[in-house]
Design a protein around this ligand. Structure first.
Ligand code: GDP
Length: 213
């Protein structure tokens, strides 16, 4: 798929570092350990693309991966033609890092919320949650304040391979019910959706890719 062309583009630690290009962005968020890096890697058919986000110095940053302007077979260090970039996949810092404290935490929480609320290029959000325990308090917080943007949120219920058929069906049903409980003042549903996903069993790749594209 087109996403296989993804290449690491840049890391941003301040709003002023964000790409200047007028290219649509799809951002991935989730609690740390939810399976976000694995999902990005599997969707892009690359072993360690998003683990770049986990290398020291990049963890609390926003990491951009370009799609377009690179041939799938091209080496990942070859330069990408900026004019041909069609999409950015954006890896946002995982929330719930207990070890981050004080001003560093405030800095990236503000960066994260500023990016999510004010970025015109941002077209939608992929919310990565463990299918065994979705909607942890921080997930709910994020969903509630992102809702004001009116932009779509698609939930990946990851690690679905750890659930049996009934458990995974139940997890998806409960998620859909919760998502449908969000209605705006005029009684309209928010553009929220969800699917089961497994990086290890390669479950849900086509649906997730279609949503992103
Ligand atoms: P992140 O912190 O959200 O980026 O999470 P990672 O992608 O690093 O995954 C956290 C842990 O969960 C790792 O040990 C992964 O191997 C594991 N994991 C991620 N996705 C899956 C999945 O679909 N199935 C299973 N069984 N484990 C997964």
């Amino acid at each position: 798929t087109k996403l296989w062309q993804a290449r690491f583009y840049k890391t941003a630690n301040h709003l002023r570092d964000l790409p200047k290009l007028d290219v649509p962005e799809i951002a991935f968020v989730g609690r740390s350990n939810a399976g976000k890096s694995s999902a990005i890697n599997i969707l892009c058919n690359q072993k360690s693309l998003a683990y770049a986000s986990k290398t020291p110095g990049r963890t609390q940053h926003i990491n951009f991966f370009s799609v377009g302007g690179a041939h799938v077979a091209q080496h990942r260090h070859d330069p990408v033609d900026e004019k041909k970039i069609e999409l950015f996949l954006v890896d946002l810092p995982g929330y719930g890092y207990a070890q981050v404290s004080g001003s560093a935490k405030n800095h990236w929480q503000k960066l994260l919320s500023d990016y999510l609320i004010t970025r015109p290029q941002l077209k939608g959000l992929i919310l990565v949650m463990d299918s065994r325990h979705p909607f942890q308090p921080l997930d709910v917080d994020l969903l509630e304040w992102f809702a004001v943007t009116g932009k779509p949120v698609h939930c990946l219920l990851t690690k679905a391979d750890k659930l049996n058929r009934k458990e995974s069906t139940d997890s998806l049903k409960q998620t859909d019910t919760i998502l449908k409980s969000y209605i705006d003042e005029s009684g309209k549903l928010f553009p929220f959706s969800a699917q089961l996903f497994s990086s290890t069993k390669r479950l849900g790749l086509e649906t997730a890719t279609a949503f992103i594209l």
